[in-house]
Design a protein around this ligand. Structure first.
Ligand code: NAP
Length: 484
């Protein structure tokens, strides 16, 4: 399939998605090149180094089903352990031989005549391939809050995804904006260092406990030496995730009632002060935003040096934060735990498909892809962790493996042809189905979240169980595609 100057498959990004596509693609006999803008593999687990960074899905399920060489020290892997897992995996499968680091892709252009993609990086270097796989992740571009006066702050400020480890927090007056999945992990750690910490909460998250005792030597030995010893836990955690996902289904159901009850009981057990408990009680439908797993977040507010502020932010000033009551809170450091630009898929890259049509122009406001992977008019192009494949209650690695297997099958079907292009009908029907289903789910019940755009369109989430996604992607159906 390859010629002298190109590879069969070019993959953009070396996080969990890109690595998986590369491993399975090479195993199927394709030549692969990975382009990665960072200095190593790892994706979000290389980028997010904030204190307390860890995965809220246990490693048994938050790891590839086919690579279990690394022994984790506790159920919920911390950032450094996950990154080390990814590095070991990359070494094991020889990915460092086919990856180029420090290469940021600016654009990709489909050449109709030659039936190949030409990718150009920000330095003007070009790469060619017959097939292009975008694996740029969903949560890779930090979102800074649009709060007036942010530039006027005279102290130090940074975003959780770009943690500035050179900033000394010891004894400092620290303000944190946001109480999402990242913030609830770093707030307990910052509280230990800061002289005084004020957390500005706009909406309270629903929380469940995280049982994360470090493993003793017996458990470590067990996982290392007993083959497939992770499997029962892996299945159990997956099954739990499938059940938890029912919380997001239309209307109230038994699972959502139990989940809400469990979050309330957990809050009551950890926070005794009724006023504080009131502030920490969410005022939106459970599941509308991500449910968080943490056992050390609520107790942080019992510390004398920590204050929870819920009256809203009017503006950021030179000295700190002015709240909506007109009170100015002075800080040395401001930390933004304000999330990511998740709905801007593949930005800022420009992807030009058939007739030079750009992907974002094709999408307009309605981002979507067949099975989250393919868009008509963009031949030989697939996305990993693309539109409508994010989950609220299970491991994304499961979805990533389904996608990599499907894409490899598609590329095998391409052998003997020049192009593979998803048909307009299955693409349109799939997107319609996604939006019809999503409009009835907890995510559409009126809260603001990174799952949706401002007008309520949900380009991010998968509306069913992961078992359904696996079933629908297990065998590639050539009838959904034009092969030419
Ligand atoms: P996030 O969930 O989007 O949370 C952002 C927080 O910032 C929210 O509390 C939000 O309040 C607040 N915020 C945003 N703009 C604001 C403004 N202008 N004024 C005041 N508050 C503002 O972001 P995240 O915590 O970085 O997490 C994003 C996703 O990353 C997660 O949902 C998860 O999928 C992933 N993640 C996963 C893990 C893991 O353990 N696997 C860990 C970290 C992150 P509102 O809620 O009111 O908008």
């Amino acid at each position: 399939m390859a010629n002298a100057s190109s590879t069969d498959i070019l993959i953009i990004g070396a996080g969990f998605s890109g690595m998986c596509a590369a491993i399975l693609g090479r195993e199927a006999g394709f030549s692969v090149q990975i382009l990665e803008k960072g200095a190593d593999v790892g994706g979000v687990w290389r980028e997010n180094t904030y204190p307390g960074a860890a995965c809220d899905v246990p490693w048994h399920l938050y790891s590839y089903s086919f690579f279990k060489e690394v022994i984790f020290s506790r159920p919920y892997p911390q950032q450094a352990e996950l990154l080390s897992y990814q590095r070991d995996c990359a070494k094991h499968y020889g990915l460092y031989d086919c990856a180029k680091f420090g290469v940021e892709v600016a654009s990709a252009d489909w050449d109709e005549t030659a039936a190949k993609w030409t990718v150009t990086d920000t330095a003007g270097q070009r790469y060619e391939a017959r097939a292009l796989i975008s694996s740029v992740g969903l949560l890779s571009r930090p979102a800074w809050p649009n709060i007036p006066g942010r530039e006027s702050f005279a102290g130090q400020q940074f975003h959780s995804a770009e943690w500035d480890h050179s900033v000394e927090l010891k004894g400092k007056r620290v303000g944190v904006i946001g109480t999402g999945a990242s913030a609830i992990q770093f707030i307990p750690e910052v509280a230990k260092e800061a002289g005084q910490l004020t957390v500005f909460q706009r909406s309270a998250p629903y929380c469940l406990p995280r049982f994360d005792e470090p493993y003793g030597p017996i458990k470590q030995w067990f996982f290392k030496h007993v083959p497939a010893s992770d499997r029962p836990m892996r299945f159990g955690i997956w099954k739990f995730g499938e059940t938890l996902a029912k919380t997001f289904d239309e209307g109230e159901n038994r699972v959502s009632r139990v989940t809400r009850w469990a979050t309330r009981k957990f809050l009551e057990s950890q926070v005794k002060d009724p006023e504080l408990r009131r502030k920490l009680t969410p005022n939106y439908e459970i599941g509308c935003k991500r449910i968080l797993f943490t056992s050390n977040y609520y107790p942080t507010y019992e510390r004398d040096n920590v204050q929870l502020h819920t009256d809203g932010i009017a503006k950021i000033t030179e000295k700190g934060v002015m709240d909506k009551n007109g009170v100015e809170h002075e800080f040395d450091v401001l930390i933004m735990g304000t999330g990511f630009k998740a709905t801007e898929y593949l930005a800022p890259m420009k992807i030009h498909g058939s007739a030079g049509k750009e992907l974002h122009d094709t999408w307009g406001a309605k981002v979507g892809a067949y099975l989250g992977m393919a868009v008509p008019g963009f031949p030989n192009f697939f996305m990993m962790y693309g539109p409508n494949t994010n989950l609220g209650g299970n491991s994304i690695i499961f979805m990533i493996e389904c996608q990599a297997r499907y894409i490899v099958q598609a590329l095998q079907a391409l052998k003997g042809h020049k192009t593979i292009n998803v048909r307009a009908e299955p693409f349109a029907a799939f997107n319609q189905e996604m939006q019809d289903r999503l409009q009835k789910m907890a995510w559409a019940t009126g809260c603001t979240s990174w799952y949706q755009t401002a007008d309520g369109y949900n380009p991010t989430n998968w509306p069913g169980p992961t078992a359904e996604y696996r079933e629908r992607t297990a065998s590639f159906d050539a009838a959904d595609y034009e092969l030419a």
